[in-house]
Design a protein around this ligand. Structure first.
Ligand SMILES: *Cc1c(COP(=O)(O)O)cnc(C)c1O
Length: 429
Protein backbone atom coordinates (compact mmCIF):
# COMPACT_ATOMS: atom_id res chain seq x y z
CA UNK A 1 0.00 0.00 0.00
CA UNK A 2 1.18 3.49 -0.81
CA UNK A 3 3.27 5.60 1.51
CA UNK A 4 2.03 8.87 2.90
CA UNK A 5 3.97 12.12 3.05
CA UNK A 6 5.19 11.22 6.55
CA UNK A 7 7.02 8.22 5.09
CA UNK A 8 4.67 5.86 6.94
CA UNK A 9 2.31 3.46 5.19
CA UNK A 10 -1.34 4.39 4.96
CA UNK A 11 -2.44 1.58 7.33
CA UNK A 12 -0.17 3.03 10.01
CA UNK A 13 -1.53 6.55 9.54
CA UNK A 14 -5.09 5.16 9.78
CA UNK A 15 -4.37 3.63 13.17
CA UNK A 16 -2.04 6.22 14.68
CA UNK A 17 -3.03 9.44 12.97
CA UNK A 18 -0.89 12.45 13.75
CA UNK A 19 -1.68 12.70 17.48
CA UNK A 20 1.46 12.52 19.61
CA UNK A 21 0.65 12.66 23.32
CA UNK A 22 3.39 13.99 25.59
CA UNK A 23 4.56 12.39 28.83
CA UNK A 24 1.60 10.92 30.79
CA UNK A 25 -0.99 12.56 28.56
CA UNK A 26 -4.00 10.47 27.41
CA UNK A 27 -3.10 7.88 24.75
CA UNK A 28 -6.47 8.36 23.03
CA UNK A 29 -7.45 11.82 21.78
CA UNK A 30 -9.43 13.61 24.48
CA UNK A 31 -12.89 15.00 23.75
CA UNK A 32 -12.61 18.73 24.40
CA UNK A 33 -16.24 19.39 25.15
CA UNK A 34 -15.80 23.14 25.42
CA UNK A 35 -17.14 25.97 23.30
CA UNK A 36 -14.71 28.38 24.90
CA UNK A 37 -10.98 28.89 25.51
CA UNK A 38 -9.03 30.89 28.11
CA UNK A 39 -6.13 33.32 27.48
CA UNK A 40 -3.33 34.83 29.57
CA UNK A 41 -3.64 38.23 27.91
CA UNK A 42 -6.07 40.19 25.79
CA UNK A 43 -3.17 40.81 23.39
CA UNK A 44 -2.89 37.09 22.64
CA UNK A 45 -6.62 36.92 21.98
CA UNK A 46 -6.27 39.94 19.67
CA UNK A 47 -3.57 38.12 17.71
CA UNK A 48 -5.88 35.11 17.42
CA UNK A 49 -8.63 37.30 15.98
CA UNK A 50 -6.15 38.75 13.49
CA UNK A 51 -5.21 35.17 12.53
CA UNK A 52 -1.61 35.98 13.55
CA UNK A 53 -1.26 33.37 16.29
CA UNK A 54 -2.33 29.71 16.22
CA UNK A 55 -4.91 28.63 18.79
CA UNK A 56 -8.63 28.36 19.35
CA UNK A 57 -11.16 31.17 19.76
CA UNK A 58 -14.54 29.57 19.65
CA UNK A 59 -15.72 26.08 18.72
CA UNK A 60 -17.75 27.36 15.74
CA UNK A 61 -14.34 28.11 14.13
CA UNK A 62 -12.13 25.37 15.60
CA UNK A 63 -11.77 22.93 18.49
CA UNK A 64 -8.78 20.77 19.57
CA UNK A 65 -10.60 17.41 19.15
CA UNK A 66 -12.01 18.41 15.77
CA UNK A 67 -8.60 19.75 14.72
CA UNK A 68 -6.90 16.49 15.61
CA UNK A 69 -9.28 14.53 13.36
CA UNK A 70 -8.89 17.12 10.58
CA UNK A 71 -5.12 16.60 10.70
CA UNK A 72 -5.64 12.83 10.66
CA UNK A 73 -7.73 12.99 7.46
CA UNK A 74 -5.39 15.55 5.83
CA UNK A 75 -2.50 13.12 6.46
CA UNK A 76 -4.49 10.22 4.93
CA UNK A 77 -5.32 12.19 1.77
CA UNK A 78 -1.91 13.85 1.57
CA UNK A 79 -3.28 17.39 1.89
CA UNK A 80 -2.02 20.53 3.63
CA UNK A 81 -5.17 20.95 5.68
CA UNK A 82 -8.73 19.78 6.22
CA UNK A 83 -11.97 21.14 7.64
CA UNK A 84 -14.61 18.92 9.24
CA UNK A 85 -18.23 19.96 8.73
CA UNK A 86 -21.65 18.76 9.81
CA UNK A 87 -22.41 16.49 6.82
CA UNK A 88 -21.29 15.41 3.38
CA UNK A 89 -23.84 17.81 1.91
CA UNK A 90 -22.24 20.70 3.83
CA UNK A 91 -18.82 19.61 2.52
CA UNK A 92 -20.01 19.56 -1.10
CA UNK A 93 -21.71 22.95 -0.74
CA UNK A 94 -18.87 24.76 1.03
CA UNK A 95 -16.19 23.27 -1.23
CA UNK A 96 -17.91 24.90 -4.22
CA UNK A 97 -19.25 28.04 -2.54
CA UNK A 98 -15.76 28.88 -1.20
CA UNK A 99 -14.77 29.93 -4.73
CA UNK A 100 -18.09 30.82 -6.43
CA UNK A 101 -20.52 33.72 -6.28
CA UNK A 102 -23.76 34.80 -7.98
CA UNK A 103 -23.28 35.20 -11.73
CA UNK A 104 -20.58 32.54 -11.89
CA UNK A 105 -20.78 28.91 -13.00
CA UNK A 106 -19.04 25.57 -12.63
CA UNK A 107 -18.86 22.23 -14.40
CA UNK A 108 -19.93 18.93 -12.81
CA UNK A 109 -20.10 15.35 -13.99
CA UNK A 110 -23.67 13.99 -13.97
CA UNK A 111 -22.51 10.77 -12.31
CA UNK A 112 -22.62 12.11 -8.75
CA UNK A 113 -24.72 11.51 -5.64
CA UNK A 114 -28.40 12.46 -6.08
CA UNK A 115 -28.33 14.85 -3.13
CA UNK A 116 -25.44 16.71 -4.75
CA UNK A 117 -27.36 16.93 -8.03
CA UNK A 118 -30.22 18.65 -6.15
CA UNK A 119 -27.83 20.97 -4.36
CA UNK A 120 -26.11 21.98 -7.60
CA UNK A 121 -29.08 22.13 -9.97
CA UNK A 122 -31.83 23.53 -7.71
CA UNK A 123 -30.54 25.13 -4.51
CA UNK A 124 -27.34 26.73 -5.79
CA UNK A 125 -29.19 27.91 -8.89
CA UNK A 126 -31.38 29.98 -6.54
CA UNK A 127 -28.16 31.63 -5.34
CA UNK A 128 -27.37 32.61 -8.91
CA UNK A 129 -24.65 29.99 -9.33
CA UNK A 130 -25.09 27.84 -12.42
CA UNK A 131 -23.98 24.21 -12.65
CA UNK A 132 -23.21 22.94 -16.16
CA UNK A 133 -23.48 19.15 -16.22
CA UNK A 134 -21.26 17.00 -18.40
CA UNK A 135 -21.17 13.27 -19.19
CA UNK A 136 -17.89 11.37 -19.03
CA UNK A 137 -18.65 10.10 -22.54
CA UNK A 138 -18.44 13.63 -24.00
CA UNK A 139 -15.29 14.59 -25.92
CA UNK A 140 -12.78 17.08 -24.50
CA UNK A 141 -13.88 19.57 -27.17
CA UNK A 142 -17.52 19.28 -26.12
CA UNK A 143 -16.58 19.84 -22.48
CA UNK A 144 -14.16 22.70 -23.32
CA UNK A 145 -17.00 24.49 -25.09
CA UNK A 146 -18.92 24.79 -21.79
CA UNK A 147 -16.21 26.89 -20.09
CA UNK A 148 -16.29 30.69 -20.11
CA UNK A 149 -14.52 33.42 -18.13
CA UNK A 150 -16.95 32.90 -15.22
CA UNK A 151 -16.32 29.16 -14.87
CA UNK A 152 -14.72 28.48 -11.51
CA UNK A 153 -14.17 24.76 -11.01
CA UNK A 154 -14.86 21.19 -12.13
CA UNK A 155 -16.57 18.71 -9.79
CA UNK A 156 -16.75 14.89 -9.95
CA UNK A 157 -17.03 11.76 -7.81
CA UNK A 158 -14.22 9.16 -7.72
CA UNK A 159 -16.67 6.23 -7.57
CA UNK A 160 -20.21 7.43 -8.07
CA UNK A 161 -23.14 6.69 -5.77
CA UNK A 162 -25.21 4.77 -6.91
CA UNK A 163 -24.01 4.31 -10.53
CA UNK A 164 -20.48 3.10 -9.61
CA UNK A 165 -18.87 5.06 -12.46
CA UNK A 166 -15.12 5.56 -11.98
CA UNK A 167 -13.90 9.12 -12.60
CA UNK A 168 -10.93 9.52 -14.95
CA UNK A 169 -9.30 11.92 -12.50
CA UNK A 170 -6.22 12.66 -14.65
CA UNK A 171 -8.36 13.54 -17.66
CA UNK A 172 -10.67 15.88 -15.74
CA UNK A 173 -7.76 17.45 -13.84
CA UNK A 174 -6.13 18.21 -17.20
CA UNK A 175 -9.35 19.72 -18.56
CA UNK A 176 -9.82 21.88 -15.43
CA UNK A 177 -6.21 23.02 -15.33
CA UNK A 178 -6.04 24.10 -18.96
CA UNK A 179 -8.93 26.46 -18.14
CA UNK A 180 -7.13 27.68 -15.00
CA UNK A 181 -9.61 26.18 -12.54
CA UNK A 182 -9.31 23.45 -9.86
CA UNK A 183 -10.77 19.93 -9.86
CA UNK A 184 -12.82 19.05 -6.76
CA UNK A 185 -13.40 15.33 -6.18
CA UNK A 186 -15.92 13.69 -3.84
CA UNK A 187 -13.89 10.69 -2.63
CA UNK A 188 -16.55 9.24 -0.29
CA UNK A 189 -16.78 5.65 -1.59
CA UNK A 190 -13.09 4.79 -2.11
CA UNK A 191 -11.78 6.73 0.91
CA UNK A 192 -8.02 7.49 0.81
CA UNK A 193 -7.39 3.80 1.49
CA UNK A 194 -8.50 2.82 -2.04
CA UNK A 195 -7.72 6.06 -3.91
CA UNK A 196 -5.87 9.29 -3.14
CA UNK A 197 -7.14 11.73 -5.81
CA UNK A 198 -4.35 14.29 -5.17
CA UNK A 199 -1.87 11.77 -6.65
CA UNK A 200 -3.75 12.07 -9.95
CA UNK A 201 -4.04 15.86 -10.05
CA UNK A 202 -7.21 16.65 -8.08
CA UNK A 203 -6.90 19.89 -6.10
CA UNK A 204 -9.61 19.59 -3.44
CA UNK A 205 -11.20 16.44 -2.00
CA UNK A 206 -14.51 16.16 -0.15
CA UNK A 207 -16.10 13.29 1.78
CA UNK A 208 -19.31 12.31 3.39
CA UNK A 209 -17.62 10.89 6.51
CA UNK A 210 -21.04 9.37 7.27
CA UNK A 211 -20.15 6.46 5.01
CA UNK A 212 -17.01 4.29 5.22
CA UNK A 213 -14.91 6.75 7.24
CA UNK A 214 -17.23 6.45 10.23
CA UNK A 215 -18.10 2.99 8.99
CA UNK A 216 -20.55 2.13 11.78
CA UNK A 217 -23.59 4.15 10.65
CA UNK A 218 -23.35 6.19 13.85
CA UNK A 219 -22.51 9.81 12.99
CA UNK A 220 -23.32 12.14 10.08
CA UNK A 221 -20.38 14.28 8.99
CA UNK A 222 -18.32 15.68 6.16
CA UNK A 223 -14.83 16.95 5.41
CA UNK A 224 -13.02 19.11 2.86
CA UNK A 225 -9.30 18.51 2.23
CA UNK A 226 -6.98 20.98 0.47
CA UNK A 227 -4.04 19.59 -1.53
CA UNK A 228 -2.30 22.98 -1.38
CA UNK A 229 -1.30 22.47 -5.02
CA UNK A 230 -3.56 24.92 -6.82
CA UNK A 231 -2.12 28.40 -7.52
CA UNK A 232 -4.96 30.78 -6.62
CA UNK A 233 -3.00 33.89 -7.60
CA UNK A 234 -2.54 33.02 -11.28
CA UNK A 235 -4.34 35.44 -13.58
CA UNK A 236 -6.15 37.09 -10.66
CA UNK A 237 -9.04 34.70 -11.23
CA UNK A 238 -9.80 34.18 -7.54
CA UNK A 239 -9.80 37.67 -5.95
CA UNK A 240 -11.67 36.27 -2.93
CA UNK A 241 -8.41 34.51 -2.08
CA UNK A 242 -5.79 36.89 -3.45
CA UNK A 243 -7.20 40.32 -2.42
CA UNK A 244 -8.15 41.65 1.05
CA UNK A 245 -11.14 40.00 2.78
CA UNK A 246 -13.12 42.94 4.18
CA UNK A 247 -14.96 40.59 6.54
CA UNK A 248 -11.64 39.59 8.08
CA UNK A 249 -9.61 42.73 8.79
CA UNK A 250 -8.41 42.82 5.21
CA UNK A 251 -6.48 39.55 5.38
CA UNK A 252 -5.17 38.30 2.01
CA UNK A 253 -5.41 34.50 2.25
CA UNK A 254 -2.82 33.66 -0.41
CA UNK A 255 -0.30 36.03 1.22
CA UNK A 256 -0.84 35.09 4.85
CA UNK A 257 -1.52 31.37 4.42
CA UNK A 258 0.20 30.36 1.17
CA UNK A 259 -0.64 26.76 0.30
CA UNK A 260 -3.42 26.69 2.92
CA UNK A 261 -5.25 29.74 1.51
CA UNK A 262 -8.34 27.86 0.29
CA UNK A 263 -8.94 25.83 3.45
CA UNK A 264 -8.21 28.79 5.75
CA UNK A 265 -10.75 30.95 3.94
CA UNK A 266 -13.31 28.13 4.09
CA UNK A 267 -12.91 28.03 7.87
CA UNK A 268 -12.54 31.67 8.84
CA UNK A 269 -15.23 32.90 6.46
CA UNK A 270 -17.68 30.09 5.66
CA UNK A 271 -17.66 28.07 8.90
CA UNK A 272 -17.87 31.36 10.79
CA UNK A 273 -20.86 32.53 8.72
CA UNK A 274 -22.77 29.28 8.10
CA UNK A 275 -21.91 27.56 11.38
CA UNK A 276 -22.24 23.99 10.05
CA UNK A 277 -19.52 22.56 12.30
CA UNK A 278 -18.79 19.01 13.29
CA UNK A 279 -19.21 18.49 17.04
CA UNK A 280 -16.19 17.30 19.10
CA UNK A 281 -18.01 14.12 20.17
CA UNK A 282 -18.84 13.35 16.52
CA UNK A 283 -15.23 13.94 15.48
CA UNK A 284 -14.10 11.56 18.23
CA UNK A 285 -16.45 8.82 17.00
CA UNK A 286 -15.36 9.43 13.41
CA UNK A 287 -11.75 9.03 14.52
CA UNK A 288 -12.48 5.59 15.97
CA UNK A 289 -13.76 4.64 12.52
CA UNK A 290 -10.62 5.99 10.83
CA UNK A 291 -8.42 3.77 12.99
CA UNK A 292 -9.85 0.58 11.41
CA UNK A 293 -10.50 2.09 7.96
CA UNK A 294 -7.68 0.33 6.07
CA UNK A 295 -8.68 -3.09 7.40
CA UNK A 296 -12.35 -2.51 6.71
CA UNK A 297 -11.91 -1.23 3.15
CA UNK A 298 -9.80 -4.27 2.34
CA UNK A 299 -12.52 -6.64 3.63
CA UNK A 300 -15.40 -4.67 2.06
CA UNK A 301 -13.68 -4.82 -1.33
CA UNK A 302 -12.73 -8.49 -1.04
CA UNK A 303 -16.27 -9.52 0.01
CA UNK A 304 -17.93 -7.39 -2.68
CA UNK A 305 -15.76 -8.88 -5.44
CA UNK A 306 -16.56 -12.42 -4.27
CA UNK A 307 -20.28 -11.67 -4.09
CA UNK A 308 -20.21 -9.98 -7.52
CA UNK A 309 -18.52 -13.07 -9.00
CA UNK A 310 -21.15 -15.29 -7.35
CA UNK A 311 -24.02 -13.13 -8.64
CA UNK A 312 -22.68 -13.22 -12.19
CA UNK A 313 -23.16 -17.00 -12.19
CA UNK A 314 -26.77 -16.96 -10.99
CA UNK A 315 -29.64 -17.86 -13.34
CA UNK A 316 -32.01 -15.35 -11.73
CA UNK A 317 -29.60 -12.41 -11.96
CA UNK A 318 -29.80 -10.45 -15.22
CA UNK A 319 -26.70 -8.31 -14.81
CA UNK A 320 -24.09 -7.26 -12.23
CA UNK A 321 -22.37 -3.87 -12.01
CA UNK A 322 -19.15 -3.83 -9.98
CA UNK A 323 -16.06 -1.99 -11.31
CA UNK A 324 -13.80 -4.78 -10.02
CA UNK A 325 -15.35 -7.32 -12.42
CA UNK A 326 -13.51 -7.77 -15.73
CA UNK A 327 -16.95 -7.71 -17.41
CA UNK A 328 -17.55 -4.12 -16.17
CA UNK A 329 -17.12 -1.26 -18.62
CA UNK A 330 -15.42 0.58 -15.72
CA UNK A 331 -12.83 -2.17 -15.23
CA UNK A 332 -9.92 -0.43 -17.01
CA UNK A 333 -10.45 2.82 -15.07
CA UNK A 334 -10.87 0.84 -11.83
CA UNK A 335 -7.54 -0.96 -12.43
CA UNK A 336 -5.85 2.42 -12.69
CA UNK A 337 -7.57 4.38 -9.94
CA UNK A 338 -8.76 1.64 -7.57
CA UNK A 339 -6.11 -1.09 -7.80
CA UNK A 340 -6.56 -2.07 -4.14
CA UNK A 341 -10.30 -2.64 -4.43
CA UNK A 342 -13.56 -1.02 -5.42
CA UNK A 343 -15.31 -0.73 -2.02
CA UNK A 344 -18.34 -2.74 -0.93
CA UNK A 345 -21.08 -1.32 -3.13
CA UNK A 346 -22.58 -3.50 -5.87
CA UNK A 347 -25.58 -2.98 -8.13
CA UNK A 348 -27.32 -5.85 -9.85
CA UNK A 349 -30.55 -6.63 -11.65
CA UNK A 350 -32.94 -9.41 -10.70
CA UNK A 351 -34.75 -11.05 -13.62
CA UNK A 352 -38.46 -10.30 -13.36
CA UNK A 353 -38.13 -6.56 -12.71
CA UNK A 354 -39.66 -4.58 -9.86
CA UNK A 355 -41.72 -7.45 -8.37
CA UNK A 356 -38.84 -9.93 -8.33
CA UNK A 357 -36.47 -7.34 -6.89
CA UNK A 358 -38.88 -6.57 -4.04
CA UNK A 359 -39.37 -10.28 -3.36
CA UNK A 360 -35.61 -10.72 -3.20
CA UNK A 361 -35.25 -7.81 -0.77
CA UNK A 362 -38.00 -9.09 1.51
CA UNK A 363 -36.41 -12.53 1.61
CA UNK A 364 -32.99 -11.25 2.74
CA UNK A 365 -32.25 -12.07 6.37
CA UNK A 366 -28.64 -11.08 7.06
CA UNK A 367 -28.78 -8.11 4.71
CA UNK A 368 -31.08 -5.47 6.17
CA UNK A 369 -33.24 -3.09 4.17
CA UNK A 370 -31.94 0.39 5.01
CA UNK A 371 -31.52 3.76 3.26
CA UNK A 372 -27.78 3.82 3.80
CA UNK A 373 -24.62 2.44 2.29
CA UNK A 374 -21.06 1.90 3.28
CA UNK A 375 -21.07 0.67 6.85
CA UNK A 376 -19.84 -2.54 8.46
CA UNK A 377 -23.18 -4.39 8.10
CA UNK A 378 -24.43 -5.76 4.78
CA UNK A 379 -27.54 -3.93 3.59
CA UNK A 380 -29.76 -3.74 0.52
CA UNK A 381 -31.86 -1.06 -1.12
CA UNK A 382 -34.29 -1.21 -4.03
CA UNK A 383 -34.27 2.34 -5.42
CA UNK A 384 -37.33 1.81 -7.66
CA UNK A 385 -39.61 1.09 -4.69
CA UNK A 386 -37.99 3.52 -2.22
CA UNK A 387 -35.66 6.45 -2.96
CA UNK A 388 -36.83 6.73 -6.60
CA UNK A 389 -40.44 5.50 -6.21
CA UNK A 390 -41.96 8.67 -7.70
CA UNK A 391 -40.48 7.75 -11.08
CA UNK A 392 -42.18 5.55 -13.68
CA UNK A 393 -40.33 2.50 -15.03
CA UNK A 394 -39.55 4.52 -18.17
CA UNK A 395 -38.14 7.46 -16.17
CA UNK A 396 -36.11 5.03 -14.07
CA UNK A 397 -34.65 3.47 -17.21
CA UNK A 398 -33.67 6.94 -18.50
CA UNK A 399 -31.86 7.81 -15.28
CA UNK A 400 -29.91 4.55 -15.44
CA UNK A 401 -31.71 3.02 -12.48
CA UNK A 402 -33.79 0.12 -13.79
CA UNK A 403 -36.87 -1.14 -11.90
CA UNK A 404 -34.92 -4.38 -11.37
CA UNK A 405 -31.86 -2.68 -9.80
CA UNK A 406 -30.87 -3.81 -6.33
CA UNK A 407 -28.07 -1.92 -4.60
CA UNK A 408 -26.16 -3.99 -2.12
CA UNK A 409 -23.67 -2.55 0.33
CA UNK A 410 -21.52 -5.51 1.22
CA UNK A 411 -20.35 -5.49 4.82
CA UNK A 412 -17.41 -7.05 6.62
CA UNK A 413 -19.22 -10.18 7.88
CA UNK A 414 -17.89 -13.56 6.71
CA UNK A 415 -18.43 -13.88 2.96
CA UNK A 416 -19.92 -17.39 3.32
CA UNK A 417 -22.80 -16.02 5.39
CA UNK A 418 -23.39 -13.14 2.96
CA UNK A 419 -23.47 -15.47 -0.06
CA UNK A 420 -25.72 -17.97 1.79
CA UNK A 421 -28.20 -15.17 2.52
CA UNK A 422 -28.24 -13.95 -1.08
CA UNK A 423 -28.56 -17.54 -2.34
CA UNK A 424 -31.61 -18.32 -0.17
CA UNK A 425 -33.21 -14.96 -1.03
CA UNK A 426 -32.79 -15.61 -4.77
CA UNK A 427 -34.39 -19.03 -4.31
CA UNK A 428 -37.56 -17.32 -3.00
CA UNK A 429 -38.17 -15.46 -6.27
C1 LIG B 1 -24.00 10.29 1.21
C2 LIG B 1 -23.19 11.04 0.26
C3 LIG B 1 -23.13 12.44 0.29
C4 LIG B 1 -23.92 13.25 1.28
O1 LIG B 1 -23.42 13.01 2.56
P1 LIG B 1 -24.26 13.23 3.92
O2 LIG B 1 -23.24 12.95 4.97
O3 LIG B 1 -25.40 12.27 3.88
O4 LIG B 1 -24.72 14.64 3.92
C5 LIG B 1 -22.31 13.07 -0.62
N1 LIG B 1 -21.60 12.38 -1.53
C6 LIG B 1 -21.65 11.02 -1.60
C7 LIG B 1 -20.84 10.31 -2.63
C8 LIG B 1 -22.45 10.31 -0.72
O5 LIG B 1 -22.49 8.97 -0.79
Amino acid sequence: MSKTESGKKLETVCVQGTYEPKNSEPRVIPIYQSTTYKYDSSEHLGDLFDLKAPGHMYTRISNPTVEYVENHIAALEGGVGAMLVSSGQAASFLSVFNITAAGQNFISLTSIYGGTVNLFSVTMKRMGIECRFVLSGMTDEEIDALFDENTRLVFGETLSNPGLAVLDIERFAAIAHRHGVPLIVDNTFPTPVLCRPFEFGADIVTHSTTKYMDGHASVVGGVIVDSGNFDWTRGGKYPELSTPDESYHGVVYTESFGKSAYITKARTQLLRDFGCIQQPITAFMLNEGLESLALRMERHSENALKLAEFLEKQEKVGWVNYPGLPSSDQYTLAQKYLPRGCSGVIAFGVKGGRKAAMKFMDACRLAAIVVHVADARTCVLHPASTTHRQLTDKQLEESGIGADLVRMSVGIEHIDDIIADVEQALSKI
